[in-house]
Design a protein around this ligand. Structure first.
Ligand code: 0L1
Ligand code: MG
Length: 256
């Protein structure tokens, strides 16, 4: 089997140059989850070595529907860097990605250190703000197909994020109606309850999983809580907007 460092370079290059690669598990069918997270960490370290700054984490497969789709009963996580931030109301270049998709999310802004096994109450007490958000996911694997270790190694498909205005976490975010529209037409509807019943459960999982990786959530970190609806495949010329009841809206356009 190729070394973990080589595999990290493979997924990092695929993301950097927007060139799809075969699934790692095709060549390495017994690639394990721990090795997959090690590849992810090494690939993000390459980005940090190029000058990117870590700004938080994304949680993935946080809805039962997505878990069933992939055949797992555990969420996954990935690392966010400043190079992935997209300006709210701005545009993204489709050509920078392999086959990008967008999904509406809730973003948490961490105000106090958080790690390990925590209750929902403790997790919310560490939150300084909540915001409407969208994640750009882009599998670096051909045809957007992967097994669980593949997607974990590929930074859990995370590629970009658009964050709206943070508000104080005083509103109940447990069941907020969410609409994803494209060029003014509704494409997806859902509720924040799709995120494990309540988005805070995603934050609880984030605290546990980063601690398993020897890390913690720090003040100023962003935690993307997961896709509220199915992801929408992006096309050039689209104007995509997510509206989350009571939280606000966030939008982006797609250029070549
Ligand atoms: O953010 C997500 O839930 C996506 C995680 C990876 C699966 C996918 O790329 O659809
Ligand atoms: Mg997501």
């Amino acid at each position: 089997m190729a070394g973990l460092t080589d595999l990290a370079a493979r997924v990092d290059d695929a993301a950097r140059y927007a060139k799809a690669i075969p699934q790692l598990t095709v060549g390495i069918p017994d690639l394990g989850i721990d090795d997959a997270y090690a590849i992810q960490a090494l690939s993000v370290r390459r980005r940090v070595d190029r000058g990117e700054r870590r700004i938080g984490v994304k949680m993935g497969l946080t809805s039962r529907a997505k878990m069933l789709q992939v055949g797992v009963d555990e969420v996954i996580w990935g690392r966010l860097t400043d190079a992935m931030l997209l300006e709210e109301g701005g545009s993204l270049s489709h050509g920078r990605y392999v086959h990008p998709r967008v999904e509406p999310e809730v973003a948490f802004l961490i105000g106090r250190p958080l790690a390990g096994t925590v209750t929902a109450l403790e997790a919310m007490a560490a939150v300084a703000g909540v915001a409407p958000a969208m994640e750009i996911i882009d599998s670096r694997y051909e045809a957007f197909r992967f097994a669980l270790p593949d997607v974990i190694a590929d930074n859990s498909s995370s590629s970009g994020l658009v964050i709206g205005s943070f508000v104080l976490p005083t509103i109940d975010i447990g069941n907020l109606g969410t609409v994803l529209s494209v060029n003014g037409a509704v494409r997806q509807i859902g509720s924040t309850a799709a995120l494990l019943g309540h988005p805070v459960r995603s934050l609880v999982a984030a605290a546990r999983m980063v601690a398993q990786g020897g890390e913690q959530l720090n003040p100023g970190d962003i935690v993307m809580a997961g896709g509220i609806t199915a992801a929408h495949p992006l096309a050039v010329g689209e104007y995509v907007r997510a509206d989350i009841e009571g939280l606000g809206r966030v939008a982006i356009s797609v250029r070549e």
